[in-house]
Design a protein around this ligand. Sequence first.
Ligand code: HPA
Length: 275
Amino acid sequence: MRRELIEAAVARIRELSGLRPRVCVVLGSGLGGVVDIVEDGERINYGEIEGFPRPQVEGHEGQLVMGRVGEVCVGVLQGRVHLYEGVTAEEVVLPVRTLIRLGAKFVVLTNAAGGINEGFEPGDLMCIDDQINLQGTNPLIGANEGGYGPRFPDMSCAYDKELREILDSAARAEGIELRHGVYAGVLGPAYETPAEVRMLRILGADAVGMSTVGEAIAARHMGARVCGISLITNKAAGVGKGELSHEEVKRVAAGAAGRCMRLLARAIAEMGKIV
Ligand code: HPA
């Protein structure tokens, strides 16, 4: 547990801004543009916050943008680090933990993912109903010091039912089709083989990606309420015909960013009404 680093990051953000976000949003690959939902945004580069891991992957910006969505104060993490970059599971979740310590009660996780469910098409948005952590690690490994949460946190409702309902009604109001499914988080960075994708389907996964599961675990550990949106950027290996590439992932993500923005802006404004 990196308590000192987290508390130092909290103190640093308090120095740089008077805003206290109620909702933390993490923007995944190619979804950085969704930050435009923030009004009166104050930007802090991750480099200004000691201990914040700096994303190296293209399509991940590396800044915290705090401001308003409707009446709600949000902190948007534009860019995240991934385990495959060589950082630890604890480091991956440090920014999310920091925002929760700063007061965020809700965490909205977004990612780009491959569609395993045959009914999914590139460009679809999927509300994450549950997850399978196949990353071979867990951010809670090690001493459970710091008073952030229990040793053995419950994960039976990891993705909050009320928040999922808010996402559904926001999608309806915006005329956006919202799929539902289980997200499998793998280590990467190689995309899966078709045999691995068949295995993931048997395990119950509808989508696969290389992020999110650790952040959801850390957020639940701290008692925050979590929801997530996967943007299906491609059919997973063997489900579709073509080869997989990060360029394709970014291109499809850019094309769906507008829909994702409308969905999140409306849903976050609603989250502000929960007492
Ligand atoms: N697999 C894993 N991660 C991904 C994929 C995929 O097919 N697409 C976008 N992120």
